[in-house]
Write a protein that binds this ligand. Structure first.
Ligand code: 13P
Length: 258
C-alpha cells in the first residue's frame, strides 16, 4: 500500500462572514503552533465571499493551510446568475473543491451527473476535487450503504481519466452522522472507506486506488478523530461543526501527539 498523506479539511458551510473568517484563520494559525501538524494537508473551505481575504492571509503570513471551496459550477463562464466557476476559483489559488456534498445533493437537487460535471471542471483547472458520498439512515437500515456509495462513486467519476484520478480525494460522509453528534463507529467508517477504495480500484486499478485519499466526515471531534484516523483506509477527516472552533480544529489536526 502506498503511503498516503493525511488530509484534514474544515467545511465551514454557510458560517462566518469574511471578517469572522479572517479571525478564525488567524486564531487557527496561532493554535496550530501548539501541535504537530507536519506531514499533513490542512485545508479550510470558507464561503465564496471570504476566499479572497483568506487567500491574502495565507500568502502574507505563509500559513501551513490550503484553501478550499465548497462547491462550483461546471461551466467556465456564461449566463449562470449567482454561480462561480472553477476557472475563477483556480485564479484565487483555491486548491481543493468540495463536490457532491450531501447538503448540495439533498437541498439543491444535485444528481451524480451534475456532480460529475463539477468534478471534471475542477480537474480541468488543476485543482483537487473532494468528492463526497454517503448513505442516508433509511438506506443504511435497508442494508444498502455500500451499494448507494458505489453508485454515487461510479456516477460522479464517469469519464475521469486515470491521470486525473490520482488527484482526487473522496470523503465518505454518512448523511445520518452529519451535524447530529452521531459518529459512525470506527469499524463502520472503516468498512465503508474500504468499500470506497474497492470501487476506486474497479474504476482505476488497485495502484491508483491505493494512492487516493479517503476521508471520513460526520461529527468528527477532537475526542474521536484519533480512533477514526487509525483505521487503515481512513486518510483524513472532513470536519463541519468542529472546524468553526480554532481550538478544536487545531486539536483535530494535532491528534497524533495527544
Ligand atoms: P459535521 O462535522 O458538523 O457533522 O459536518 C460534517 C460535514 O458535513 C462536513 O462536510
Amino acid at each position: 500500500m502506498s503511503e498516503r498523506r493525511p488530509i484534514i479539511a474544515g467545511n465551514w458551510k454557510m458560517h462566518k462572514d469574511h471578517l469572522e473568517a479572517i479571525q478564525l484563520v488567524q486564531k487557527l494559525a496561532y493554535h496550530l503552533e501548539e501541535h504537530d501538524y507536519e506531514g499533513q494537508d490542512i485545508v479550510v473551505c470558507p464561503s465564496f465571499v471570504a476566499l479572497r481575504a483568506i487567500q491574502n492571509l495565507i500568502q502574507a503570513d505563509k500559513l501551513p493551510i490550503e484553501l478550499g471551496a465548497q462547491t462550483v459550477h461546471a461551466e467556465d463562464e456564461g449566463a449562470f446568475t449567482g454561480e462561480v466557476s472553477a476557472r475563477m476559483l483556480a485564479r484565487l489559488d483555491v486548491r481543493y473543491v468540495i463536490v457532491g456534498h450531501s447538503e448540495r445533493r439533498a437541498l439543491f437537487g444535485e444528481s451524480d451527473e451534475v456532480v460529475n460535471g463539477k468534478l471534471r471542471a475542477v480537474h480541468k483547472h488543476g485543482m483537487v476535487p473532494i468528492l463526497c458520498v454517503g448513505e442516508t439512515l433509511e438506506q443504511r437500515d435497508a442494508g444498502q450503504a455500500v451499494e448507494i456509495v458505489a453508485e454515487q462513486l461510479r456516477g460522479s467519476l464517469a469519464g475521469v481519466k486515470l491521470a486525473e484520478a490520482q488527484d482526487l480525494v473522496v470523503a465518505y460522509e454518512p448523511v445520518w452522522a452529519i451535524g447530529t453528534g452521531r459518529t459512525a463507529s470506527s469499524a463502520d467508517a472503516q468498512e465503508l472507506c474500504a468499500a470506497v477504495r474497492g470501487v476506486l480500484a474497479e474504476l482505476f486499478g488497485q495502484a491508483i486506488a491505493d494512492g487516493i485519499r479517503v476521508q471520513y466526515g460526520g461529527s468528527v471531534k477532537p475526542g474521536n478523530v484519533r480512533e477514526l484516523m487509525s483505521q487503515p483506509d481512513i486518510d483524513g477527516a472532513l470536519v463541519g461543526g468542529a472546524s468553526l472552533s480554532s481550538e478544536d480544529f487545531a486539536l483535530i489536526v494535532g491528534h497524533r501527539r495527544r
